[in-house]
Design a protein around this ligand. Structure first.
Ligand code: 13P
Length: 261
């Protein structure tokens, strides 16, 4: 199976940083991005730099306790939140945090995005919880999201911003795009005076699509055991989860075919 090396993963973070900044999902030095390299190490953006102008050599590597092991700049102040996500979800390898205007507006208003407004939103994201406010740069931030991590891939952070996770940095970023687009559309619908939701009778079909695409919960995989210091190749861990997910998907399809026949 094709596996990206660290040089390519560094370029991916820079590319996503550029997109996040260009689309206005961050202002000034806001936001942070990370990729899990293996079960012990995470590649992350440094603190206090614009995500629109990253270069691969600016990125840093930390262990699962947040201790920096590589890089000349200091790691993001919100790395503990990223590490909390990786600890809880063995199936993900990337975290993207940003402050997109519309979804952050909902987060400031204290509203989760949990209404079935658009098929893309229901299928790709399910519903989006609002984690309670926690002070940035503290372990409390990760703690505030923890109750939601297992059952969601995108999160609003009250009075702060949004968070998206994925099997790679592109998936995490695309989830952020879908989230912000949905928040913008919900905002406009509410301004127009009506936010009609998709009829309950139609939701089963969308839920089935979500299931067929392997996007439902719970994702029954083990979490990484923190503490081990020996680097393990991604093919030994992250890909194992990917293979598991693929096998599950194929099994589900077979069962569906058998039920049909
Ligand atoms: P860092 O620059 O430390 O990653 O923090 C940016 C940010 O978005 C704070 O919420």
């Amino acid at each position: 199976m094709f596996e990206k090396n660290q040089t390519e993963l560094r370029k991916d973070i820079c590319e996503i940083g550029r997109r996040v900044w260009q689309r206005g999902y961050v202002a000034y030095n806001d936001g942070n991005i990370s990729i899990r390299l293996n079960k012990d190490f995470v590649l992350a953006t440094p603190t206090g730099v614009s995500k629109g102008f990253l270069s691969p050599d600016m990125l840093v590597v930390v262990d699962m306790d947040g201790k920096q092991v590589d890089g000349h700049l200091k790691v993001s102040s919100e790395i503990l939140m990223h590490l909390a996500m990786y600890r809880e979800r063995c199936d993900i390898a990337s975290v993207v945090h940003a402050h997109p205007v519309y979804c952050t507006g909902f987060a400031v208003a204290g509203e989760a995005l949990d209404r079935p407004t658009l098929p893309e939103f229901v299928v790709a994201l399910g519903d989006v919880p609002l984690a309670p406010y926690a002070p940035p740069s503290t372990p409390l931030l990760g703690e505030s999201v923890k109750p939601y991590i297992k059952d969601h891939d995108v999160f609003l952070l009250a009075n702060h911003g949004a968070l998206a996770i994925g099997q790679d940095v592109y998936q995490a970023y695309h989830r952020m795009e879908t989230l912000e687009q949905s928040a913008q559309i919900s905002f406009i619908a509410r301004m127009l005076g009506r936010e009609n939701v998709i009829a309950p009778s139609e939701l089963d079909h969308l839920q089935n699509m979500r299931q067929t695409m392997g996007l439902t919960y719970p994702r029954d995989c083990l979490t990484f055991a923190p503490g081990s210091k020996s680097p393990v190749n991604r093919s030994d861990d992250v890909n194992e989860a990917t293979v598991e997910a693929m096998v599950r998907k194929v099994a589900e399809r077979l069962i569906q075919e058998m039920n049909r026949g």
